[in-house]
Design a protein around this ligand. Structure first.
Ligand SMILES: O=C(O)c1ccccc1N[C@@H]1O[C@H](COP(=O)(O)O)[C@@H](O)[C@H]1O
Length: 203
C-alpha cells in the first residue's frame, strides 16, 4: 500500500493484513512517515507488515521505531539469525522461480513466524506478477505458508485449491498502476478468496 485510502478500503473489505514497502528496490516504496500514516490508519485486528529487502539493520530499526508494524517481511538474502536479531516477528519470502530446487531453502528459517513463497527468481525483487508451480507448496513445514506471486481475482481461487496456503498475498494483481490500487480489482480479489472460504468455486 502506498496510500491511506487504499489501505482503508482493503481493511473495510476484510483484508487480514496490509503491507508497506520500505526497500528502495521497489516501485512501491514509501517514505517512513507515509508508511507510519498507513499503519496508524488501520483498525484493530488488521495486521500491518513492513517489507524490506537486504536493507541495513539501521533501516530495520528505524522502521520498527517509526512505522511500528506488527510484522517485518524480509525478501532478500537475509539469514534467519539476521532477521531474528530485531526480536520482532517476521515473515521470510522465499523465491520459488527456480521451482523444486528452491524447496530446501524453506528449511533455513526456523525462527520465522511464516514463510512467503513468491514466484520471482533468486535475487530478483518481488511484486513482479510472476507465479510459480503451486503444486510445489509443501505440506510438512512447521510454519504457516503464505502464497504470493502473480495472483489476481481470476486465479486466486485455483491457487488456494491447489496450494492450500495459510494466506495469500497480492501486489500487482490488484493495481491500476504500480503502488496504486484499483478498487474493483481489490474487491474482486477479496470476493474470490471469500468464495473459497465459503466452499465456493475453488473448493
Ligand atoms: O511489491 C514490491 O514492489 C516488492 C519489492 C521487493 C520485494 C517484494 C515485493 N513485493 C512482494 O511480492 C509479492 C507478490 O507480488 P505480485 O502479486 O506478484 O505483484 C507482494 O505481495 C509483496 O509481498
Amino acid at each position: 500500500m502506498t496510500r491511506v485510502e487504499d489501505a482503508r478500503l482493503a481493511a473495510e473489505l476484510g483484508a487480514d493484513a496490509i503491507g508497506v514497502v520500505i526497500t528502495a528496490r521497489s516501485k512501491r516504496r514509501v517514505e517512513l512517515a507515509q508508511a507510519r500514516a498507513i499503519v496508524a490508519a488501520m483498525p484493530p485486528f488488521v495486521t500491518t507488515v513492513a517489507l524490506l529487502m537486504d536493507d541495513s539493520a539501521e533501516t530495520v530499526r528505524a522502521v520498527i521505531e517509526q512505522v511500528q508494524p506488527d510484522l517485518l517481511q524480509f525478501h532478500g538474502n537475509e539469514s534467519d539469525a539476521w532477521c531474528a536479531q530485531f526480536g520482532r516477528p517476521y515473515l521470510k519470502a522465499v523465491a520459488m522461480g527456480e521451482g523444486a530446487a528452491a524447496l530446501p531453502r524453506l528449511r533455513d528459517y526456523p525462527r520465522a513466524s511464516g514463510l512467503l513463497l513468491d514466484g520471482h527468481g533468486l535475487g530478483e525483487p518481488g511484486g513482479s506478477g510472476k507465479a510459480f508451480d503451486w503444486s510445489l507448496m509443501p505440506a510438512d513445514l512447521p510454519q504457516p505458508l503464505l502464497l504470493a506471486g502473480g495472483l489476481h481475482a481470476g486465479n486466486v481461487g485455483e491457487a488456494i485449491r491447489v496450494a492450500r496456503p495459510w494466506a495469500v498475498d497480492v501486489a500487482s494483481g490488484i493495481e491500476a498502476s504500480p503502488g496504486i490500487k484499483d478498487p474493483q480489482r481489490l474487491k474482486d480479489f477479496i470476493a474470490a478468496v471469500r468464495a473459497v472460504d465459503r466452499g465456493g468455486a475453488a473448493s
